[in-house]
Design a protein. Structure first.
Length: 209
């Protein structure tokens, strides 16, 4: 084939020029390593309500009285190796409180106590999480009940078995700071101001300690 005649044809010359320009780029692309696949997002942490517990002990005229909440929920973002970046929020259905007898439970729903028809939910929102060693942490945040909000610090212990992580702990709640037990029930000789709150919260998907 006459190369000079081939190149004098405008269309064929343009095709030859385009091929000459594209070949190096195609060759470089063929030699390049394939791009790394993006890292898979970490699976969200799952709260296991059926394996969790929220209870309390109050004293009426010096006699301990046990109670618990049947419905509550937690949302957790947490890596034990980076606890300061973690967040936890917690909500409680106040109408689910139980002292083990229907008449007592009905009393706690009234305005003097939880006023759960008007203010059905209590909540906690963390502001800081600090490791204290040995699977123990301090969670600081705001607890809101009956429209009253207070800063609290909650110590927790985290244990793990396979995929299951369990956070346990307790703290003392001053009921009068949250207007729990108003009017005649504000008398602390009848019902103590200190209420011991205990919890066990179970999760799937927390990173290893």
């Amino acid at each position: 084939m006459n190369t000079a005649r081939f190149l004098r044809h405008p269309a064929l010359a343009a095709l030859a020029l385009s091929s000459a320009l594209l070949l190096p780029a195609v060759a470089a692309q063929a030699q390049a390593k394939p791009a790394a696949a993006p890292a898979a997002a970490a699976a969200p942490i799952q709260f296991l309500a059926a394996q969790s517990e929220l209870s309390f002990i109050s004293k009426q005229m010096g006699v301990p009285v046990d109670g618990h909440f049947k419905r509550f929920d937690a949302q957790l973002t947490f890596d034990p190796k980076k606890p300061e970046a973690g967040r936890v929020s917690f909500t409680i259905d106040l109408a689910s409180v139980s002292l083990g007898a229907p008449e007592f439970d009905a009393e706690l729903a009234k305005p003097a106590w939880f006023d759960s028809k008007k203010l059905p939910q209590a909540s906690f929102q963390s502001s800081a999480i600090k490791a204290t060693g040995g699977g123990k942490f301090e969670v600081s945040g705001k607890l809101s009940i009956k429209g009253q909000t207070r800063d609290i610090v909650v110590p927790i212990t985290l244990t793990q078995a396979g995929k299951l992580s369990t956070a346990t702990g307790s703290f003392v709640l001053k009921r009068l700071e949250f207007k729990i037990g108003e009017g005649e029930w504000a008398d602390t000789s009848m019902v103590a101001n200190d209420v011991q709150v205990k919890f066990k919260l179970a999760f799937n998907g927390v990173a290893a300690l």
